[in-house]
Design a protein around this ligand. Structure first.
Ligand code: AMP
Length: 174
């Protein structure tokens, strides 16, 4: 494994039973607090994502904004936010997706991605419901999904099976 990834992994804190019993939450705040490691994440993501030649980064609320914004500035391309319902001010489209109990929804501005080569970014891929809803939003608004990037993939949840044939860059796998 790339030495940088070993150091990055050492800055992720496992929090048992958050936000509810049985969930092992991957807390990225120690990583964000370490400037060298935060920069390393952006370095590795940029190396992995650049070959897909994106023209827009699509960041998923809220931790996807942290890495998405840094990556967009590094690559010199724009960022489109995907947000929870009611947060975006202009005309939006919405996609709902299933959670363990019930459903949730995400929105994007109508004009955010049309004609763009999009890489969708979030901090963590679990069941894949969130990222696949973001991909549907992009496709519905005439954007082209050229890849996904995550800091962490929980491989045992098999979220990548929901993301089609697109390239998936995940820095750390658990
Ligand atoms: P999913 O839709 O199941 O792939 O869930 C992904 C979203 O939920 C991401 O935005 C993550 O930030 C969050 N998430 C899910 N599971 C965890 C976890 N174990 N630790 C931290 N964040 C998580």
């Amino acid at each position: 494994m790339d030495d940088r990834l070993v150091h990055i992994a050492s800055r992720i804190r496992d929090v048992p039973d958050f936000p509810k019993p049985g969930i092992l939450f991957k807390d990225i705040t120690p990583l964000l607090a370490d400037g060298t490691m935060f920069r390393s994440v952006v370095d590795v993501m940029a190396e992995r994502v650049a070959p897909h030649r994106p023209t827009r980064i699509v960041g998923i609320e809220s931790r996807g904004f942290l890495f998405g914004a840094a990556l967009a500035t590094r690559l010199g391309i724009g960022l489109a936010p995907v947000r929870k319902p009611g947060k975006l001010p202009w005309r939006t489209v919405r996609e709902t997706y299933s959670l363990e109990y019930g459903t949730d929804a995400l929105e994007i501005h109508e004009d955010a991605v049309a004609g763009e080569r999009c890489v969708i970014i979030d901090d963590l891929l679990a069941t894949g419901g969130t990222a696949s809803a973001a991909a549907r939003l992009v496709t519905r608004q005439q954007g082209r999904v050229v890849g996904f990037a995550f800091l962490i993939e929980l491989g045992f949840l098999e979220g990548r099976s929901k993301l089609g044939d697109h390239p998936i860059e995940a820095l750390l796998n658990y």
